[in-house]
Design a protein around this ligand. Sequence first.
Ligand code: FAD
Length: 419
Amino acid sequence: MRHPRSLQEIVENGLCLGCGLCQSVAGPDRVVMAWVDPPGMLRPRILTPLDRVTEDTILASCPGVRLDEPMTAERHGPDAREDATFGPWIRAWKGHAADPEINHMPSSGGALTALGIYLLESGKVDFICHVSADEKQPMRTRSHVSTSRDDVLNAAGSRYGPAAPLDRFREMLDRGRPFAVIGKPCDISGVHNMRRLDPRVDALVRYTLAFSCGTFAPLDTSRALLERQGFPGGAQGEDNLSLFRYRSYGCPGPTRAIDKEGRIYDESYQEFCNGPAGWPHQFRCKLCADPTGEATDLSVADAWEGGGPTEEEWGGENMFISRTPRGDALMAEAIAAGVLAVEPDDMATMYRVQPHQAVKKQGLNARLAATADSGYPVPDFRNVRLEAAQVQRDGTFYEQNYEGTKLRIQRGVNRERLA
Ligand SMILES: Cc1cc2nc3c(=O)[nH]c(=O)nc-3n(C[C@H](O)[C@H](O)[C@H](O)COP(=O)(O)OP(=O)(O)OC[C@H]3O[C@@H](n4cnc5c(N)ncnc54)[C@H](O)[C@@H]3O)c2cc1C
């Protein structure tokens, strides 16, 4: 199988995830994340030609094309086990933030918000690198640095649109202070890749936390909600927004737009994510080798049986998976400090609450083969247990994934342009 050899090739073959790490690596004078609109995706814009060393550093760090996440005694400790589909794990729990407000307000059970606040207030880190809504353009998401409880609360909630949490990652390292990164599994894979390239990452990134991720949608998907809900200006009404959030305040909570007069336009999570308008999957997310954060210290997920909500709850629940001794110790301390209300659980639960992620991983070898057989480059995935996941399913499943991917590629879904 062939792999991309330049940043341009990464983007043009639909392998960019929009995390922004290339901007950090090359510097914003050479690469900036910018909007490709329509459909409203963040993609790198190459401002000056890149030298070979920079291209090679991007290729070695970009989580769109490089994952190498072996389970090792050094990183995972003596107690870790390996699950074919969901990766290394030490312990699993189900529960939520103990503080009722933090359970109610963020995305699922408030796990990441509660842990982010705990990491800051216990002095384990000086700041958190994650994302929040852009105050001036609330449908858009920007990288965000939290140094206080209020900062973390402001960043709570899932942002189902494009986000580039790593666009200032080098700046964070330059601060020379301990920090944590919260993001999608692919964002954390980018941080993990950087460990091999910059020794400051191991020294300064004290914790990595991720949520299980299906995919995210372009701005056009959020604009369509404005149109459906009769928002002023319809799909083009973005300038009239004073707030746009995807879920929260209950679980899952509505997707909510508020206009500048304070009028509220809500759409249920089910209609927004699973309704007739559909939810587009960008091509690279269909090739996801790590949907649940296997390279993290600690990952969390929604804990709905069957993988989706059946009712609105006041506060939701998370699954928690500790993957390294560091993540395991963080859980123990956060539980002892009364930050989390959780019960021990088991990795087997992940197959029930994240069935879509299991299917994605189990079908990935077939999708990669179909992409390569169609003549396109594929990501360089190593040590992410693809064979072990594949053999959990049969030949028919493989064929379906292979043929489905070939059809998608024939429709051109993997052809993209730089910003
Ligand atoms: C694009 C997307 C897809 C998802 N798909 C799934 C899925 O398939 N299965 C599943 O179980 N859960 C999925 N989730 C996660 C789920 O919505 C919850 O975020 C997760 O369960 C954590 O809940 P929480 O209450 O602990 O999060 P919160 O306490 O609300 O904290 C969320 C944290 O994530 C950060 N964040 C939010 N959006 C992004 C983003 N786009 N990129 C990087 N960081 C971000 C915030 O800065 C915040 O720190 C998805 C979330 C997103 C954003």
